[in-house]
Ligand binder design. Sequence first.
Ligand SMILES: [Zn+2]
Length: 418
Amino acid sequence: MRLILTNCSVLGKETRDIYIADGKFCEAFGEADADRIIDVKGALVTPGLVDMHVHFREPGQEYKEDIGSGSRAAARGGFTSVCCMPNTSPVVDNAAVVRSIVKRGKDVGLCRVYPIGSASKGLNGEELSEIGLMKEAGIVAVSDDGKPISTAGFMRKVLEYCADFDVPVLNHCEDKSLSGGAMNEGPVSTSIGIRGIPSASEDVMIARDIIIAEYLGLPVHLCHVSTKGGMRMIREAKARGVRVTCETCPHYFTLTDNYCENYSSNYKMHPPLGTQEDVDAVIEAIVDGTVDCIVTDHAPHHQDEKEIEFSLALNGIVGLESSFALAYTYLVKTGKITLDRLMDLMCHNPSDILKLGRGGMNIGDDADLAVFDIDNEFVFDKNKMLTKGRNTPYDGWKLYGETMLTVMGGNITYEKLC
Ligand SMILES: [Zn+2]
């Protein structure tokens, strides 16, 4: 495919044409040699986005999502690379499952699908997975996400073992002994009669991981950080040189636990939505550099698992098709951060932390890009989503940054006619 995109506002800085051949960005060639010429009419063009935290549910729970539907949702969100968490069925704890996911991702061919292996066999929190063999088969990190890495002693073992293989460790921060509830513990949970989870559940685990990483001098990455206390500890740890990185999600800077008042499980996730103070702290941490990445924690569920009583509903929401627009609308359009900073959060930093080598737009780089309409407001419609999940809290929200086109490896993977 030889493709020319004309009138591209590249990162909002310069308007130029982009030439793509053989899957790479290339020097200009004549229009007669192009298979296709698309005029994007001054729309924003960015490198393809990278989401280092998604749940594609394959193998085993394809009724919720599969690598095909997940990849289509990713492409529609402007993503060209995603990293899949290992809490599938079977768990991604051996090289054979890793190879099958890599193959499925390539066969679908709509997104670069990078598997993450589990830290412990079957997520049992006791026995190390086949980390070395999984690395050879293609994992880019390990995590027991969905669950925390069980104990401090096991975390030490995982960090030391992974350091030998140069594999990043990502931890879901939750102290299970504190977290029996269904939403944030506070005035809202009390008033609506839902059992709460104290923010201390997340904070205790963040403190533990910082202490162990600092003691060992090894890196650790903390998943979906949502609390004021967690952000403060990470900021302080970074300032004294601890090798800690972290991510947050759009729902932690756009929603508070007040939304749970309607008992809709589209506001139920883990960690739970916090207070306005938490939201303000997350935004402050995004602005000041404490937060390294924005991820979706894309967690599709079947309606029968979600559209039930709040306390019984499963945790999580879908996010791939709304995250860029939410981040653009609430962070960049409001002037809190620059577009360049957003690109670090949604492309360059996750690529660097997991050594994916993504995000380049120079001649010879893989042609991964996304085109967004940042000038016109659009209404986010859950019925237009390409994920199998319908569990989004953003249905009907008015946003900027609708995806117009996504290109991965020189192929068009999503197109809303420009
Ligand atoms: Zn998690």
